[in-house]
Design a protein around this ligand. Sequence first.
Ligand code: RB5
Length: 152
Amino acid sequence: MTPIPSEPAAITLAMCCDHAGYELKNKIKALLGEKGYKVRDFGTHSEDSCDYPDFAHPCAAAVERGECAAAIAMCGTGNGIAITLNKHQGIRAALCWAPEIARLAREHNDANVLVLPARFIDPEVAVTVVETYLATAFEGGRHERRIAKIPV
Ligand code: RB5
């Protein structure tokens, strides 16, 4: 799988959301496109009420299979979609509401999904969270050992 950070053109990012995250997903999707990333959008595709697992599971599976280097996901709080994504063995989804948390989610947790709390984050802050997430590498070392102990 292509590591992040990497040249945007080399990376396909997955996205998923529910109705509460739809508007923010579109904003972040446009940003990623401007930066040159390829985006695979697993939905939802409108503000109609829906169930986040319907979009989270296929999104997680694409990351697990290595088709997408990472994913960016959002629902109202971020919790429902993060809980769902983290049911997948190959997924480390981190709920981030500030750039510093996103930085540590990459450096320490090698998070392969960034989750945003769409109803509880300023959209401009969300942009800086995404930018930080995509610009930060995994530190490895002692964190590699800890991550290896996560799967049950
Ligand atoms: C939708 O109303 C809301 O429950 C959902 O977006 C999310 O916050 C669930 O965890």
